[in-house]
Design a binder for this molecule. Structure first.
Ligand code: PMV
Length: 332
């Protein structure tokens, strides 16, 4: 492996308390703190190699050369790293997601977390976890939460230097599961960058922002106590609060499909029957069902009987973003 090359792997994450809306778009500072769980096995592996021989940055994602806005975002991130390292060389970035790109799972969190570590190491930088989380935040807010292992909290902070994610509990603290029900593979019409910018146009936004800190404190305490009966309703409430803001933005954004709402009802009735499971959503129609390991098989079994569900994926608490072996497909 050449000196200016590094490979990193990062997990996606699911937020229990969501980030929706920014107080500073340039610095990517959130309106509120958020809390999430890294998703084991739902990963991005990214190789970055800088070389004076390259005349331009080249980005390959899942075997396809990336162009347009996505490329620009990645090049801007490489520029940040080059700026920090005093490096001018262009880069080759090769990135592979373990989850299908059409599954509607946010790949920006794992993508920018892996890119931050691979690019900074390839550029010869040895960043601390905090510095890496700050760097990842610039790429995509939620990416900063994928840097530490397990359950992490992104503190909104007072400025760029104290707005980063820390570990709340390691992965082995609690074997929670995220059973993901894919109800649509369609590409979302409104991306999160645009969505964050619309959030302040909702009359519900100030109420959401004002209520998050309390909810987060209660959710963090319940997480530390491994108390799903307390944590679950807070997770649902926060997802509903975020989608209420989305649906009342100007123009409104409707991420839910009829199948998403049918599953929300389904989860409520399963709970009435004694199955301890709660739902949450990202900026999309797919439903994340949160339960304990002992209930995973039953949740999965029931989901597979639901006609709307195209695919089910299961994950648990995942590790930190870390350097990894050069994957074989990268070997020359
Ligand atoms: O990191 P971004 O800018 O893609 O925003 C993520 C937004 C949500 O996934 C909807 C919520 C969250 O906190 O992960």
């Amino acid at each position: 492996m050449s000196e200016l090359r590094a490979v990193a792997v990062a997990c996606a994450n699911i937020a229990f308390i969501k980030f929706w809306g920014k107080r500073d778009a340039e610095l990517n500072l959130p309106a509120n703190s958020s809390l999430s769980m890294n998703l084991e096995g739902l990963t991005t592996v990214t190789t970055v190699e800088f070389s004076p021989a390259y005349d331009d940055d080249l980005v390959i994602l899942d075997g396809q050369e990336v162009r347009g806005k996505t490329r620009q975002r990645i090049v801007a991130h490489l520029d940040r790293v080059r700026g920090m390292a005093g490096l001018r060389a262009r880069a080759r970035v090769i990135s592979e997601n373990s989850f299908p790109p059409g599954a509607g799972l946010a790949s920006s969190a794992s993508g920018f977390a892996a890119l931050s570590l691979a690019a900074s190491r390839a550029a010869g930088l040895a960043l601390s976890e905090r510095e890496l989380s700050i760097l990842a935040r610039f790429g995509s807010g939620s990416a900063c939460r994928s840097i530490p292992a397990g359950f992490t909290e992104w503190e909104a902070g007072t400025g760029s230097e104290d707005s980063f994610a820390r570990q709340v509990a390691p992965p082995e603290h609690w074997d929670l599961r995220d059973v993901i029900a894919i109800v649509s593979r369609a590409h979302k019409r409104v991306g999160s960058t645009e969505g964050h910018a619309l959030a302040p146009t909702s009359h519900l936004y100030p109420a959401r922002v004002a209520s998050v800190a309390d909810r987060l404190a209660q959710a963090r305490a319940a997480l530390l106590e491994k108390d799903l009966a307390t944590l679950g309703p807070l997770i649902e409430e926060d997802a509903i609060s975020m989608h209420a803001v989305m649906m009342t933005s100007r123009p409104p954004i409707y991420y839910w499909l009829p199948a998403s709402i049918r599953l929300m009802h389904q989860v409520q009735s399963w709970r009435d029957e004694g199955l301890e499971v709660y739902f949450t959503f990202d900026a999309g129609p797919n439903v994340h069902l949160i339960c304990q390991a002992a209930d995973q098989a039953e949740v999965e079994r029931r989901l597979r009987d639901v006609e709307d569900v195209l695919e089910v994926m299961v994950s648990g608490p995942g590790p930190a973003t870390q350097e990894t072996e050069d994957p074989s497909y990268h070997r020359e």
